[in-house]
Design a protein around this ligand. Structure first.
Ligand code: PEP
Ligand code: MG
Length: 574
């Protein structure tokens, strides 16, 4: 039966494919198809992994110290029993044979099927055993991933599966980068949550805040994801499918046309050069930024180096990552933001018990509270500055005292490098993010002590309008065009002009082509966005005359009612 679900389209485009219900194991597990001649070897690899885990459990059993609680012995026995059950030790082999997929994927699929069966058991005790099933399966998965197969890969054909999750964390999304899903949809989340930002960076159609998608959609259901309208159509009939195939083809054609702008200069009709930079999360994203011919990296969210792990990255590891980005951009500027964890980007070592983490010990606040983590990062950044044009960006500044403390720690890091005679660029610019209303209102004070400012509009909107950017219940209130938000942006841009300090926008507003002409008319000349959006924004830049836009934008900035602002925006974009 055809039905549709409505949410927020967080990343445009259309996808048609089959539903795949989310499981963490599936995201952890690599997925590839095997050539028929490699199937038996893959089955043998799976058998070996099961035997390894079996031996591990036997070893544990033998070495239980006398006096250990009897539950421990029972626990190991239960795990050994689960492992020997054909549902876990034999069924994945059948999947490898029938589906021609790798062992990790077969195991992850089988585990999810098993867990779904457990979830429907009424008896509480038996239902709880699903956790044991997952633990045993994880052990086998770990063993497999420690010994990857040698079979040459055939990639899974693109655009077939659509991932359905109740919720996805930014860390999940990083794992998600490895897979070739056609789209993803979630029940929770707001349009500028980090999960949504990552979805956009993958350039995949996605819809969030659907509330009941995970419960209503079944594995393998046919789906259409309309990332433009924020709609998901389940089990579409032929007429709807035909309509969406048409829309999808048109969308792909438009994307193709945009490619032609790649080497065009990003200049307005009145000859003003506009810098279109890329936001990246990992060093490997540099290739995408280069591919879109970005002017530089306007925001490297360094915290992604800290996610999905139990320990902290060492100075050496960070240095290598920052150097790779600097060198990868071959002399183009690279703005690296210092650690911004907390709120929706939680790290395992942080143990965040804050009642309201978005207002808690986040970003620069955490770095000041943990100076050693900050100094290690800053040393790595300065060391990398020797290999490219690095700029350091401090997130979530709210008070000048904080800025002074951060600058003092940076001074200490520089001093320690000098003592050790380690080369670095003494002129490395230091900038601050304007993403808290207090910082925008006091921008002049911050600008005196900093070399540049960068408007983090995602947080600026969140904190100005008191709307949690990750909460789907208030997502409809999240409004980049709210007059208060526009005033704070305008104020910051004016401070920059007056004091001769560059100001960029690196929040999601910068990558939204519907807002490009508005921001240009406000005087913005430095944008930073996902590489995937650079060409669409460039298209807007190339058709804009700032001299003509400025008076229209001035009028919009004086408007107050949302409908009037919308109307004026439409005129600006016409
Ligand atoms: C912002 O807040 O606009 C920003 C760019 O930082 P993040 O989205 O990582 O919080
Ligand atoms: Mg931010």
């Amino acid at each position: 039966m055809t039905f549709s679900l409505h949410g927020i389209g967080v990343s445009g485009g259309y996808a048609i494919g089959r539903a795949q219900l989310y499981s963490h194991a599936r995201l952890e597990a690599p997925h590839y198809l095997l050539r028929p001649e490699h199937i038996e070897a893959e089955i043998a690899r799976f058998t070996e992994a099961v035997e390894n885990v079996h031996a591990e459990l036997l070893g544990l059993q033998k070495h239980i110290p006398g006096g250990a609680p009897t539950e421990l012995t029972a626990f190991i026995e239960v795990h050994a029993l689960i492992l020997s059950d054909s549902m876990l030790s034999q069924a994945p082999k059948k999947r490898i044979r029938e589906e021609g997929c790798n062992a990790e994927w077969a195991l992850a699929q089988q585990t999810e099927a098993l867990i779904a069966q457990f979830e429907s058991i009424e008896d509480d005790y038996l239902r709880e055993r699903r956790h044991d099933v997952r633990q045993v399966a994880d052990k086998v998965l770990k063993s497999l991933m420690g010994h990857p197969g040698n079979a040459p890969l055939k990639t899974v054909s693109e655009g077939e599966s659509i991932l359905i999750a109740h919720d996805l964390s930014p860390s999940d999304m990083v794992l998600f980068k490895r897979h070739k899903f056609a789209a993803f949809i979630t029940d929770l989340g707001g349009a500028t949550s980090h999960t949504a930002i990552l979805a956009r960076s993958l350039n995949l159609p996605s819809v969030m805040a659907l509330h009941n998608a995970r419960a209503l959609i079944q594995e393998d259901d046919w789906l259409i994801v309309d990332g433009v309208a924020g709609v998901v159509i389940v089990d579409p009939d032929q007429a709807i499918l035909d309509e969406y195939r048409l829309r999808r083809n048109q969308w792909l054609l438009e994307q193709k046309k945009l490619r032609r702008l790649k080497s065009s200069p990003s200049t307005t009709l009145d000859g003003i050069q506009i810098a279109l930079n890329a936001n990246i999360d990992l060093p490997s994203d540099v290739s995408q930024a280069r591919n879109e011919n970005a002017a530089g990296i306007g925001l490297f969210r360094s915290e992604f180096l800290f996610l999905n792990r139990d320990d902290l990255p060492s100075e050496e590891e960070q240095f290598e990552a920052y150097r790779a980005v600097a060198e990868g951009m071959a002399g183009r500027p690279v703005v690296i933001r210092t650690l911004d964890v907390g709120a929706d980007k939680s790290v395992r070592w942080m143990n965040d018990t804050s009642v309201n983490p978005a207002l808690g010990l986040r970003a620069i606040r955490l770095c000041i509270a943990e100076p050693q983590i900050f100094i290690t990062q800053v040393r790595a950044l300065y060391r990398a500055s020797h290999y490219g044009q690095i700029k350091i960006l401090l997130p979530m500044l709210a008070s000048l005292t904080e800025l002074d403390q951060a600058l003092a720690l940076i001074g200490a890091a520089r001093g320690s490098l000098r003592v050790a005679d380690i080369p670095f660029d003494q002129e490395t610019p230091i900038g601050g993010m304007i993403e808290v209303p207090a910082a925008a209102l006091a921008a002049e004070w911050f600008a005196r002590k900093l070399d540049f400012l960068s408007l983090g509009t995602n947080d600026l909107i969140q904190y100005t309008l008191a709307i949690d950017r990750t909460d789907d219940a208030v997502a409809h209130l999240y409004d980049p065009l709210h007059p208060a938000v526009l005033s704070l942006i305008d104020l910051t841009l004016k401070v920059g002009q007056k004091m001769g300090k560059p100001v960029s926008v690196c929040g999601e507003m910068a990558g939204d082509p519907r807002l490009t002409r508005l921001l240009l008319g406000m005087g913005l000349t430095d944008f930073s966005m996902h590489p995937a959006h650079v060409l669409a924004v460039k298209q807007q830049v190339m058709r804009s005359h700032i001299g003509e836009l400025a008076p229209q934008v001035k009028k919009l900035l004086r408007a107050g009612r949302p409908e009037r602002i919308q109307e004026l925006l439409e005129q600006i974009n016409a």
